[in-house]
Design a protein around this ligand. Structure first.
Ligand SMILES: Cc1cc2nc3c(=O)[nH]c(=O)nc-3n(C[C@H](O)[C@H](O)[C@H](O)COP(=O)(O)O)c2cc1C
Length: 489
């Protein structure tokens, strides 16, 4: 089991015990002791945005499964995950999962790609989600269900041909990250970025025709759309000033609004970041010193977007995001999904967990601190941009306390919707149970073993191997468990 000294959430069984732990550690996380009755629940309040009605305050975050076909279409596993999104009861489906706009932008050979060939199958999967929602919640239940599609190019983290063969196409050189790619890191040229803008617009058009209400122009987690925002040392039209670094996002959104009328645009943004982490000899994560690397890069300007040095300066670190949000508001974007960091270089920031994935490190802080940081960052931005609708991320580590913290976050207007990621893999019906006031299934709560990330790191599909009987019964479960236990001895 984990060697880290943080109490497991399952042991914090009462509100008093949970509060005492938060008080003792100084982790700023507010929660309600009791869940409200269904008719009074802040989760049950619909929200109207941009002409669309969303029936409640639960949002399913995008969750890839590394399980598409080699030509980028969904498999039965992909469709099952999306059906589970449909039966969750959540009324906002933020993107489903990352879908590459072209082959070289795939993060793995099984990532979905949206093109004329795959469009019918991806559209049919959206219909399956809707049908599952209707079958569970009633024939008219999809009237306030909003489904978007997340569009991406994986940039530095592209691996289109084989899961263990990186084919990076970075936005900028990075003194710490580049050495992690032994075969070098090509930087995408300005002309190629213009072509990629065309690809995003073409994919957006296909998404609209496939019935999606919006597309998310992904700008998070270290992928190309995010790394461009950080490209401070990049020369030319797409680098340097924030004006230039936002050019790609701005152009894509302006063009979609002009060329694909009727389709709404949303943005998932890593609203803050930290420098890349590495594993210490004792297995715990630590920031990788930048100084030693910087000397190797001529005239180096350290890339970064909203880089947070210490928690007291979170407000300051969000200035980059404020610039982007002001721009997005001006472009008519109303939906923002706040996330942080990257699963590749600082996973404890992005998806707080007790147990690291295969390529990760033991948590350098109580994972609750990571949860609180994302909630706080989202709250600060919501305060500054009350006209934007914010979905919060990184609640899964809260486990039994997720509904209590989520309810309080909604009541205090720290966010507009509570996003659910990993928990949906182990307990898809959590939103429906909370909304019905039903007893919650303790044994279905994600315990953040990170097997859903370790699977893909081994070239296998993702899924909740420990808790979802469907995945527990699959042959991959043994390989994933062996990999996890091997790294703990
Ligand atoms: C297996 C897995 C797949 C994911 N796929 C995506 C994705 O396709 N797009 C995306 O923006 N985030 C993706 N994420 C990140 C989640 O959307 C979410 O931000 C993260 O898990 C933190 O939220 P949580 O605490 O509720 O899990 C993925 C996370 C996991 C664990």
């Amino acid at each position: 089991m984990s060697r880290t000294p943080y109490p497991r959430i399952a042991t914090l069984k009462t509100a008093a015990a949970f509060r005492q732990h938060l008080d003792r550690t100084g982790i700023p996380l507010a929660f309600d002791d009791q869940l409200a009755a269904p008719e009074a629940s802040p989760f049950a309040r619909p929200i109207e945005v941009d002409g669309s009605r969303v029936g409640n305050r639960f949002c399913i975050l995008p969750m890839e499964g590394w399980d598409g076909t080699s030509d980028g279409a969904p498999s039965e596993l992909t469709r099952r995950r999306w059906r589970n999104f449909g039966i969750s009861g959540a009324k906002l489906i933020w993107g489903g999962e990352a879908v590459a706009v072209r082959h070289d932008g795939r993060a793995n050979p099984n990532q979905l790609v949206l093109n004329a060939r795959t469009q019918p199958a991806i559209g049919a999967m959206r219909e399956e989600l809707t049908a599952a929602h209707r079958a569970r919640f009633g024939a008219a239940a999809d009237g306030d269900l909003l489904i978007g599609l997340q569009l991406t190019h994986s940039g530095r983290y592209a691996r289109p041909e084989a899961y263990d063969r990186p084919a990076p196409l970075a936005a900028t050189h990075h003194p710490v990250l580049d050495p992690r790619f032994p075969n070098g890191v090509p930087v995408i040229a300005d002309a190629e970025l213009s072509t990629l803008e065309d690809d995003f617009v073409a994919a957006a058009r296909l998404a609209r025709e496939a019935g999606f209400a919006f597309v998310d122009i992904k700008a998070c987690h270290g992928y190309l759309g995010h790394e461009l925002l950080a490209a401070r040392g990049r020369p030319g039209r797409y680098g340097g000033s924030l004006e230039n670094r936002t050019r790609f996002m701005r152009t894509v959104i302006e063009r979609i609004r002009a060329e694909v009328p009727g389709l709404r645009v949303a943005v998932r943004l890593s609203v803050f970041d930290m420098t890349p982490y590495r594993k210490r000899p004792d297995g715990i994560g630590e920031p990788e010193p930048v100084g030693g690397h910087l000397g190797s890069v001529e005239g180096a300007v350290l890339p970064g977007f909203g880089v947070l040095a210490d928690d007291d300066r979170l407000g300051e670190a969000l200035d980059d995001s404020r610039f982007v949000l002001r721009m997005l508001e001006g472009l008519g974007v109303r939906w923002i999904c706040a996330t942080a960091g990257s699963p590749y270089y600082n996973p404890h920031i992005q998806r707080p967990a007790m147990f690291p994935p295969l390529d990760g490190y033991e948590p350098p802080e109580d994972p609750l601190r990571g949860v609180a940081r994302q909630i706080q960052a989202t709250a600060l931005l919501k305060r500054d941009f009350p006209g934007l609708t914010f979905v919060g991320s990184a609640y899964s580590y809260l486990q039994e306390w997720l509904p209590h913290v989520g309810q309080r976050s909604l009541r205090d207007r720290l966010c507009d919707l509570v996003g659910l990621g990993r928990i949906v893999l182990s307990y898809p019906e959590l939103p429906a149970d909370v909304l019905a006031g039903a007893p919650l299934r303790r044994n279905a709560f994600c315990r953040t073993f990170s097997d859903c990330t370790t699977g893909p790191r081994l070239g296998l599909v993702s899924g909740c191997f420990p808790l979802d009987p469907f995945y527990t019964a699959r042959p991959e479960a043994i390989k994933v468990r062996n990999a996890r236990t091997a790294r703990l001895v």
